[in-house]
Design a protein. Structure first.
Length: 283
């Protein structure tokens, strides 16, 4: 669940982070209208998936916990490369959708409903992944659970996707979200740095992966933005969502006309990347 794309998410309720909100933004991902378009987001770069498999130890018997898995953007692609993946999310709708997507029926991929704070786990895990999800969790509870569930030498990998390229798109899109978003208390955050500053995590490494080509149609791009909390159709309302769509479409048309974005047939020639930070979670 997204935390790095422009103005599309909010900080939510995170104990131990120094920031609080009365709104359960993480719960919005149980909304059918978000679930239906979640797979429109760009895929994580291939080199990110390979790196995560390496962090898991590259052994066929090693287990991975993907916490806050959503539709399994990480879990479904990691499953063929490791011994087992336990994919955990609080949203039954996300899990159901993930099962139907490519790789969702892998025999070593186990879908489990629950939260980082209360899910039944089956440790030890050589790798725990949190793809755009850790900012929704209660760190004071979740991080000690991860530390207990990690195998000796196991690590937590915090994965953040970026898809605001080119810069002209990212900056102007932020203005559109500021005008229409129902999540008004958004703040861009550096989750690994906050984890460290609050004593929850010791960083061992960090890498930027990609960028990788992403070629959505305009319709697919708009739908991808509605998969974010800041673009929630349900919480915007029909009229505001329609205005948001027109603004995004107009922006894309303007950037294509200005040569900032190339259009190939009916598809936009964009890029998407990710950053992964891995380290030891603390009790």
């Amino acid at each position: 669940m997204s935390t790095t794309s422009s103005s599309g998410t909010s900080s939510g309720t995170t104990s131990g982070s120094g920031e609080t909100s009365s709104t359960d933004y993480g719960g919005w991902f149980q909304d059918r209208l978000i679930v239906e378009v979640y797979d429109r987001r760009p895929p994580y770069p291939d080199d990110l998936i390979r790196l995560l498999a390496e962090l898991a130890g590259g052994a066929a018997h090693n287990a991975v916990l993907d916490i806050g898995c959503g539709t399994g953007d990480l879990a479904r692609r990691l499953a063929p490369l490791v011994g087992r993946v336990d994919a955990v999310d609080r949203s039954a709708a996300m899990l159901a959708r993930g099962r139907d997507l490519p790789g969702g029926d892998s025999p070593n991929l186990r879908w489990r409903r629950g939260t980082a704070e209360d899910a039944d786990l089956d440790p030890p895990y050589a790798l725990i992944t949190a793809g755009e999800s850790l900012h929704w969790m209660d760190w004071d509870v979740a991080l000690p659970r991860f530390a207990e569930a990690a195998a000796p030498g196991g690590v937590l990998a915090v994965v953040e996707r970026s898809w605001d390229w080119p810069p002209a798109l990212g900056s102007q899109l932020g203005q559109i979200f500021a005008r229409y978003s129902p999540s008004r208390d958004y703040r861009r955050r550096d989750v690994p740095a906050e984890l460290e500053s609050h004593g929850h995590f010791t960083r061992l490494g960090q890498r930027t992966c990609g960028p990788q080509a992403w070629r959505p149609t305009v319709d697919e791009y708009v739908e991808a933005r509605h998969s974010q909390v800041g673009g929630s159709r349900t919480h915007m309302g029909e009229a505001t969502a329609a205005e948001f769509d027109r603004a995004v479409r107009d922006l894309l048309d303007d950037l294509v006309a200005a040569g900032e974005i190339r259009r190939v047939g009916d598809r936009l020639d964009l890029r998407a990347g990710a950053r992964v930070t891995w380290g030891r979670p603390h009790l």
